[in-house]
Design a protein around this ligand. Structure first.
Ligand code: BJW
Length: 243
């Protein structure tokens, strides 16, 4: 079923020369990757504090590693959906563009996005849990595998209470202060600092469009909201921009 896109939304995008797109787990939902907080979200089955904190890893590294292995297998089997593809196409339509994603699944890159920052890391990379160095090959005898220094490897993702990668964070906030428009797609808008980006963009006079199944804390500050599936709405926006 197609959702009606107001022509004023298209006109606003046509007036913009720099566009930022902020994405969350909802953008990958139509690739059958579970979100975190929805009805079928990961946090309904698993507790964030047991799996996505440095303390959880210290307490039970095997449990945490196996949970990430399970998710890696799920993501490996998945393919980018029409929302990822539309966002990759948006990149080509704007002179100045930045995709800021909270997703760790790498599906945006697989869809062809190039100008992107991954705020919460990437589930397919590993780093040493002792000094944070990225590690390609691991000693596989243990679960989790170990770095050559003997410490466990951990996925290169950002857990609660940890700092975000400084370069990605800086680039995202810098772009938010100077973009003309920001599209916020498929995020519950509650995890900071990512959730502050729309407010920062708005303070700097950007026009904000939210695309989500439902209202979120972003809805109040968004200039326009379209409620529905990202995989249906974003391709329509791209098609209307290309007419
Ligand atoms: C669809 C759809 C479809 C579904 N189409 N839409 C300021 C205030 C309060 C707290 C803090 C603050 N600053 C920092 C904090 C602490 C904390 C935080 O934000 N806590 C809040 C929960 C209260 N933040 C941190 O700890 C961050 N670190 C940090 O700030 O360091 C400095 C510091 C530390 C401590 C105190 C102060 C400063 C780190 C955050 C790391 C988040 N990590 C995770 C896990 C990543 C690894 C992994 O994947 O396992 O990142 S948690 C999880 O949430 C994941 C996501 O990227 C993130 C956001 O979730 P997202 O993407 O929004 O998904 P959902 O499921 O919540 O929402 C999906 C949405 O899609 C829904 O709205 C649906 O409706 C929609 N949807 N299908 C369109 N088809």
């Amino acid at each position: 079923m197609s959702v009606r896109i107001e022509s004023s939304i298209i006109a606003q995008l046509q007036r913009s020369s720099s566009l930022s797109v902020l994405t969350g787990a909802g953008v990958s939902a139509e690739s059958d990757i579970p979100t975190f907080r929805g009805a079928d979200g990961l946090w309904r089955t698993y507790r964030a504090v047991d799996l996505a904190t440095p303390e959880a890893f210290d307490r039970n590294p095997k449990l945490v590693w196996e949970w990430y292995e399970y998710r890696r297998h799920l993501i490996e089997k998945a393919s980018p959906n029409p929302a990822h593809i539309a966002i990759a196409e948006l990149e080509k339509l704007f002179r100045d563009f930045l995709l800021i994603t909270q997703n760790v699944d790498g599906l945006h890159s697989r869809a062809g996005s190039e100008k992107l920052v991954e705020l919460h890391g990437n589930i397919f990379r590993n780093r040493c849990s002792r000094d944070g160095r990225l590690v390609g090959k691991a000693r596989e005898n243990d679960v989790p595998p170990r770095c050559e220094c003997g410490a466990y490897l951990r996925p290169d993702v950002v857990w609660f209470g940890e700092s975000l990668p400084p370069h990605a964070l800086e680039k995202a906030f810098e772009f938010a202060t100077r973009c003309d428009a920001m599209i916020v797609v498929g995020t519950s808008g509650i995890v900071h600092p990512a959730a502050s980006l729309p407010a920062v963009a708005k303070q700097h006079k950007a026009w904000i469009l939210e695309v989500n199944l439902e209202a979120t804390p972003i809805t109040g500050l968004a200039d326009d909201s379209i409620f529905g599936k990202a995989g249906e709405i974003l391709p329509q926006i791209v098609a209307m921009l290309m007419v």
